[in-house]
Design a protein around this ligand. Structure first.
Ligand SMILES: [Zn+2]
Length: 199
């Protein structure tokens, strides 16, 4: 495993296990020892590999959204067996729909496909940390796991600004892993807004 991927894996495991973004709360020495042994397991390596592969696909959807002059965010819903259920990208501007975020578009498509508004045992991949609205929909749909790329310090509801997905006051909590292809996902957004400024 390359150094960058190993670091990514370690950070994500910390986030996943401690359910916190506040690194100061984590006992770093004990954590490092504990998670370095996890890093050697084939299962973890395979999971990280799978997460990255799906995120690459989500990035393609985000780039497609940019071509449509929509804010470039892409999302995919994947079953536990690794089957793609649905894909989505931001469509709010073209559809005049403030709810048409990539995640909601993907959830609607998946729910329609399986004829069930509950989507348990699935993973939602999205290039940017979900907002509060999407986090609410994710909980309603009973999504098991959310993997996102870039963090959203202003609006993120998976721990950055709000922690809706893991709030124990809900009757469903969602496993969250952030920072998968963080730079790549963030660059798509940065390039989009930079181009907008120079138009
Ligand atoms: Zn959203």
């Amino acid at each position: 495993m390359c150094e960058r991927l190993e670091k990514l894996c370690y950070i994500n495991l910390l986030q996943f296990t401690f359910l916190t973004h506040d690194w100061q709360k984590v006992d770093s020495v004990r954590s490092i020892t504990k998670f370095q042994s996890f890093l050697n397991t084939a299962t973890v390596s395979q999971q990280i590999h799978n997460d990255q592969q799906w995120m690459i696909e989500a990035c393609q959807l985000a780039k497609y959204a940019a071509q449509q002059d929509e804010i470039p965010i892409g999302a995919l819903l994947v079953t536990a067996q690794g089957e793609r259920l649905a894909a989505g990208w931001n469509q709010s501007i073209q559809t005049h729909d403030p709810t048409a975020h990539a995640e909601i578009v993907a959830l609607r498509a998946a729910a329609t496909a399986v004829k069930n508004y509950r989507l348990p045992n699935t993973t939602l991949y999205v290039t940017l940390e979900p907002c509060v609205m999407c986090a609410g929909a994710i909980i309603h749909a009973r999504i098991q796991r959310v993997v996102f790329g870039a963090y959203d310090a202003k609006m993120g509801a998976a721990g950055s600004r709000f922690d809706v997905l893991r709030d124990t006051r809900h009757n469903h909590q969602v496993e969250c892993i952030g920072g998968i292809l963080q730079e790549e996902c963030g660059d798509i957004l940065r390039q989009f807004f930079r181009a907008k400024r120079f138009k």
